[in-house]
Design a protein around this ligand. Sequence first.
Ligand SMILES: *Cc1c(COP(=O)(O)O)cnc(C)c1O
Length: 439
Amino acid sequence: MHTYGTGRVNKEGHLEIGGVDVVSLAEHYGTPLYIYDVALIRQRARGFKDTFEKLGVTAQVAYASKAFSAIGMIQLAEQEGLSLDVVSGGELYTAIKAGFPAERIHFHGNNKSREELAMALEQRIGCIVVDNFYELELLQSLCDEQGEEINILLRVTPGIEAHTHDYILTGQEDSKFGFDLNNGQAEEALQKAMGMKGVKLLGVHCHIGSQIFETTGFTLAADKIIQKLFEWKGRFQFESEVLNLGGGFGIRYTEEDEPLAPSEYVEEIIKEVQVKTKEFGLAMPEIWIEPGRSLVGDAGTTLYRTGSEKYVPEVRKYLAIDGGMNDNIRPALYDAKYEAVLANRVNDPVEETVSIAGKCCESGDMLIWDLPLPKASHGDLLAVFCTGAYGYSMANNYNRIPRPPVVFVENGQAELVVRRESYDDLVKLDLPLNVTVRQ
Ligand SMILES: *Cc1c(COP(=O)(O)O)cnc(C)c1O
């Protein structure tokens, strides 16, 4: 078994995370259950932050909260001195409810509404990452109306797409996000933003992709942007205080994935920005990054109880669990791969290959194909690793299945941070048919 963070097998042969036996967690909180290894989240956060500090570079490490947004998680990010990315009014509201310092919140998104932008101004958040011309217009009218001031970054698309193991350089990137760096859009946005009252343009932002295992994509993007900044200094006397290079640092879902340590990504990025800014005679900007998955992804484990089986002779055995695409839609959505063990019998020898089926009325609700396991029967516990990012945050109520709770474990202690949804929660938005309009 590959272990993550504090994960280990105890003398009963049970999986233990954060010093807590997961069999006891299942008994106490029920299944399915999301378990987060808090020490691993802290370790990752420090891995990013300490590298900037060690190299004396002013930085912000913003947790991309779309990966897993809940009040407890945001408070943990605050404890670790991270900044925070939000992409909607709902994520911003969660951050505010958690008491997160507004000046360290950054607001992203390609279609922020007038109401969402007004909320951001009212809360005096640290920065809005402006995506398009419509947003610039909305912001100007809101700043005029509310008499507020706001910091912004311009999101640019440098024409580099990172595909996990390779990079596609395109002249003009076909993306719904940001101002194109190659066709003049970015210059137009820059001039508009520089002329706006109440708006302070801090710099530029780009985000090249997700689950990236090398540094080349980041350094290529940095090169292209710094080249542009040199041009912009000459043409517009604009100097960027901030260079935000986004998130997307990869994690190990299965043995095929070989991610770098946070420090390795950060060191390479810093080195490139230092070399290039020096080459072009530019001041070293603050560097901001935005890890989501790499902070919380492999810190999360989902625990399920096994139930029914179906044997298709000479084809396969299906083993069903008490969750599925409700709590983890990634296999159905993008064919994501996971590894898992029988958490109550980790040391038992592997005896068969089974395919793990979810409980939704949907043939595509398969969590893992062809998983080697000890002979499992109903009532065993299946632990699926690396479900901490885009698991709970993408959870849904298809088939009116309540969403599982989230528990944090650390130093032998467990703490519930999201309670299990109840059937009452499921119907609380429903309104009965209005009898007065009946014929
Ligand atoms: C999604 C996203 C991130 C985080 O991506 P991860 O792959 O989870 O690290 C960071 N920045 C922006 C702008 C994003 O859209």
